[in-house]
Design a protein around this ligand. Structure first.
Ligand SMILES: C[S@@+](CC[C@H](N)C(=O)[O-])C[C@H]1O[C@@H](n2cnc3c(N)ncnc32)[C@H](O)[C@@H]1O
Length: 294
């Protein structure tokens, strides 16, 4: 693609979008615009107001590389190295899941619950923090919040820490690398107000059937939830009561069809009540909230 010397925005976008379409990209025009906008440092609106602006050979070369990567299935966020999430622009790479819009609902729930506590210091845990999307949003939006952000992946913790520094939130978050709650001090027993998690929840056998953008580029560790997708969810439900204070909340993101099994696990544990399931924008049951009895 892109061999002749003279391209303006209009012409190059047309070529790029048709190239991406041929390579099975779902939103070829949108992706072409986002990638070009990054190179030219222009918003999508600005691109349209400067349609006949000529590109330099350097810009064309860089754009060719971006478009080639996208045609091979690499998600736009990994090519750009960033993804907006609520009020944050988060750095992302292939060590972390690209934060999803539905996870904003999880954050909204956690923020609402944390705010309703009326406490000066609110202690939260984000299990499987990845890019830090949940932990950083809460730290930014909840006055008095202190978040323990945990992940088993050292590389993910590095990304999340970098994001906390960029956004000046490092004093409100402690990052801990380990398997689920491992690494969380025993002093925090019965002391946490809200535990939030978007754990890996895709059943193992479904991974190979995911779209290539996810299957071939996002970390398996962030996706694979074992045979029924509930390996991590099950462990979180079992262990959360140990760290939650009485009346504290567990907020969990779940996959399609998992509301029933997770609700049963919460009920069977005997530790929770006020279990509530909320749907996402696509009308799929996506967030479960439960209150620790007490
Ligand atoms: C679905 S991603 C969520 C990332 C981020 N919280 C978000 O919502 O965008 C799940 C995260 O859990 C982490 N993870 C997987 N298994 C884990 C475990 N046993 N203990 C801690 N973290 C784990 C993965 O490394 C990944 O970062």
């Amino acid at each position: 693609m892109l061999n002749d010397q003279k391209y303006n925005i209009s012409k190059i976008l047309k070529l790029a979008a048709s190239f991406l379409e041929k390579h099975g990209v779902q939103d070829p025009r949108l992706d072409s615009e986002l990638l070009l906008g990054k190179i030219l440092n222009l918003s999508r609106v600005e691109i349209y107001t400067d349609f006949f602006h000529p590109l330099t050979p350097f810009e064309i070369d860089k754009y060719r590389k971006f478009i080639d990567a996208r045609a091979k299935g690499k998600p736009v966020a990994y090519i750009l190295g960033e993804k907006p999430f609520r009020n944050l622009n988060l750095k992302v790479n292939q060590d972390v899941l690209i934060p999803r819009p539905e996870t904003e609902l999880v954050v909204e729930k956690a923020i609402g619950l944390a705010g309703s506590l009326g406490k000066k210091l609110i202690k939260l845990v984000d299990l499987g923090t990845g890019s830090g999307a949940i932990a950083l949003s809460i730290a930014q939006e909840v006055p008095g919040a202190f978040v323990f952000a945990l992940d088993v992946s050292e590389k993910a913790i590095r990304v999340a820490k970098g994001n906390a520094e960029i956004h000046g939130l490092q004093d409100k978050i402690e990052f801990v690398c380990g398997d689920l709650f491992e690494g969380l001090s025993d002093n925090l027993k019965n002391d946490i107000d809200v535990i939030v998690s978007n754990p890996p929840y895709i059943p193992s056998e479904k991974i190979s059937k995911l779209q290539r953008e996810i299957r071939d580029f996002e970390p398996l560790l962030a996706l694979d939830g074992g045979d029924d997708g509930l390996d991590e969810g099950r462990r979180i439900v079992a262990k959360s009561p140990y760290f939650l204070r009485e009346g504290g909340y567990l907020v969990l993101e779940i996959g399609e069809g998992q509301a029933g099994p997770i609700t049963r696990l919460l009920n069977d544990s005997g530790s929770f009540d006020e279990i509530e399931v909320s749907k996402d924008y696509a009308n799929i049951e996506r967030v479960v909230v439960a209150k620790k009895k007490g």
